[in-house]
Design a protein around this ligand. Structure first.
Ligand SMILES: NC(=O)c1ccc[n+]([C@@H]2O[C@H](COP(=O)([O-])OP(=O)(O)OC[C@H]3O[C@@H](n4cnc5c(N)ncnc54)[C@H](O)[C@@H]3O)[C@@H](O)[C@H]2O)c1
Length: 135
């Protein structure tokens, strides 16, 4: 029995990279992963990998963490399906790295928004108000 047996993990950006690895690891420990990604096909592939690992696949809801309505629907979809959220992992992000001397200000702002606003504000707001407390 895994150390996270039956826990519900809401995890953004499950399409690749750290999000995919984390989703498989959480699932291997018995958690139900309610994932999501702007790349729906990639998130679906992660579900397939979880199943191939022998773990229980959760969900891969459509998700754009820059869109408040999308985030709200994602969080509420998780609660409706699994009853609660035990773990919120704000993983999704995006960067436009460049030499700061030549970087357009819009790219600087994009990175700050993607790495700070999306992670902290967007998933957190509906997450605080919508799901009932874990237990
Ligand atoms: N890789 C590193 O060394 C490292 C180090 C420190 C922090 N981080 C942070 O960890 C997080 C994940 O890193 P990674 O290397 O796996 O990144 P990645 O770019 O490989 O994966 C990010 C995932 O988020 C998804 N995503 C992007 N925009 C989205 C949106 N608007 N809505 C929903 N999903 C969206 C992408 O499709 C992708 O699947 C990022 O926030 C990154 O900045 C990464």
């Amino acid at each position: 029995m895994g150390v996270l047996e039956g826990k519900v993990v809401l995890l953004s950006g499950t399409g690749r990279g750290i999000g995919r690895v984390a989703a498989r690891r959480f699932a291997a420990e018995g958690a139900i992963v309610a994932g999501g990604d702007i790349d729906a096909a990639a998130a679906a592939e992660t579900l397939r990998l979880i199943q191939a690992d022998g773990s229980v696949p959760g969900t891969a809801g459509p998700l754009d963490v820059t869109d408040e309505d999308s985030v709200r629907a994602w969080v509420e979809g998780c609660v409706a399906r699994f009853g609660r959220v035990d773990v919120l992992y704000n993983n999704a992000g995006a960067v436009r790295f460049a030499d700061i001397a030549g970087q357009p200000f819009a790219d600087w702002r994009f990175t700050l928004a993607a790495e700070l606003d999306w992670c902290s504000w967007s998933p957190g707001r509906p997450g605080r108000s919508s799901p009932p407390p874990a237990g």
